[in-house]
Write a protein that binds this ligand. Structure first.
Ligand code: THR
Ligand code: THR
Lengths: 163, 163
């Protein structure tokens, strides 16, 4: 397969909000996002991994100027649904690598993780879409991450290892 | 904003593998995906939420026929990096709702969660991209989920509530 990595972008305008230890039963994601949607809060990422002990974390990102309002809305909901807590962070950046022709995300993803690890950058969150691999990292690494990923994947060109 | 939900799709060919309680420090995601990429395993979703206690879960999905090989590769890595365990499930389906013009994912997402909750379907994982909101649910609900989501979002048409 011929993967072409076309660019690396950083979105520094995102703040993340995590409802921790949400009971993993039907209806709770709806209880959280209903009011968020009604308030016209702009939600970009929604990430929920599978639960282990009957609870799971639900994270979403909003623009920095929707952050206070979003927190205000979800805090009482978190309490009402019995979530363990709410954690949030405005000091994050979403870095996305766009790759055309990715039949598998593994190659581009592993290269991203390798490059960031080499710089001592911790990968806090990971999400994928058809043409992107996105990571959320600490905002202070934004410029460094974009630069090293662009060098390794775009400038040097990403080559999938052949079978 | 004018959101148009154009379709609902189900991918029943995905199996999920979760490395549980991966120590949250640089270099470990690279250690997992390096060998996975070298083995040419086709990875679709990669989901990692933020850590809480210094560890986090890392989930990825592969086609059913890459499943056994992927598990074989990650099991020893999980042990080597000190992960808490490996959990996997072939009985899942990824259901994706495609929406054009979604400035925020909140409206479409909350409607999806509402509809699934009404049917008693538990949302196991959530992921978003520019034009999609995807959920992973138990495979047995595949046909029901697609039918009710198509009815509610495509046939009836999704309307963002106006401010
Ligand atoms: C945790 C939350 O997503 C829950 N599983 C639900 O279906 O609403
Ligand atoms: C958990 C894993 O993603 C780790 N944070 C890393 O950067 O490799």
């Amino acid at each position: 397969e011929d993967v072409l990595v076309t660019g690396v972008a950083a979105d520094r305008n995102e703040a993340k909000i995590t409802l921790q230890r949400v009971p993993d039963r039907p209806g709770l994601a709806a209880k959280i996002f209903g009011p968020i949607a009604k308030a016209h809060i702009v939600v970009d990422m929604i990430i929920q991994n599978a639960s282990e002990d009957g609870t799971t974390d639900l994270t979403f990102t909003v623009p920095q100027n929707d952050y206070a309002r979003a927190l205000e809305i979800v805090a009482p909901i978190a309490a009402e649904i019995g979530a363990g807590g709410v954690k949030s962070d405005t000091d994050v950046v979403k870095v996305s690598v766009v790759g055309l022709g990715m039949r598998s995300h593994a190659g581009v993803a592993s290269r991203i993780f390798e490059v960031l690890a080499r710089e001592g950058i911790n990968v806090e969150m990971i999400s994928t879409s058809e043409i992107k691999v996105s990571v959320v990292i600490a905002a202070k690494y934004s410029e460094l991450a974009v630069r090293v990923l662009h060098q390794a994947l775009v400038a040097e060109g990403f080559e999938e290892e052949s079978a």
